[in-house]
Design a protein around this ligand. Sequence first.
Ligand code: GRE
Ligand code: ZN
Length: 258
Amino acid sequence: HGEEFGYDGSIGPEYWGERYRECAGKHQSPININVLRVKQVTLPDLVLVGFDDSIDDVHVTNNGHTVLIEVKNEPHPRVRGGPLDGDYVFSQMHFHWGDNDTFGSEDKINHRSFPMELHMVFFKEEYGSAIEAVKHSDGLTVLAFFYELDRHQHPAYDDITLALVNVTEPHTSVVMSHPFSFLNILPYDLKRYFTYKGSLTTPPCSEVVIWLDFEQPIRLTHEQIEAFREIRSAHGKITHNFRPIQPIGDRVVFYNID
Ligand code: GRE
Ligand code: ZN
């Protein structure tokens, strides 16, 4: 049969572990972050390289599971510092959302869901590519951002929501009409974040991700989030594409503040 995995029925998250053994592992994502149980730390400054560059060649793709944003031209933005050992190079970013504005994020904070979540995925430079990096326990880092509702439109997201109209069908792609800077689509406060070790939240669920979940959400209007719910898979609109929370097990979540 067709799709490898989905979010409902017999190909839904409850069944991923049967076909993808790592999805049944003990250090899976997403998790609920209980703020009363985090360990407060002051890590070295996070260094975001190229995040304020104006990037021309930005591709927006509907891959049948999510909206993927990729950069074709070098150099790619990168990140180092914080909990990270070495440099991590930008690979792709994508989104997870829910049927309505009351849920849709993957990680939760004190059991609170957010309507959408952004994953900026980076691979460890020494491994050379994302494909090689997922073979190593420190292979990827994901900068994760929550969204919340605002009454005012976020102008930097208008170009993204406009592009979405042209990729409603699965396996379609467009080039963004205007240059794009990473910093413009992120929240103001990048100092406060939670960090823990987990996995990809989609099959094969490899346990190779150093997660950084930023505390300050990005604010979008209901209409801006609604544009993502128009994206289609082979089976119709992708109304939700978030994995349910997984056991935290023996893991500790760290909370970085100055
Ligand atoms: C995902 O597919 O959702 C994903 C990746 C890479 C890292 C984390 C993640 O593709 O959640
Ligand atoms: Zn993701």
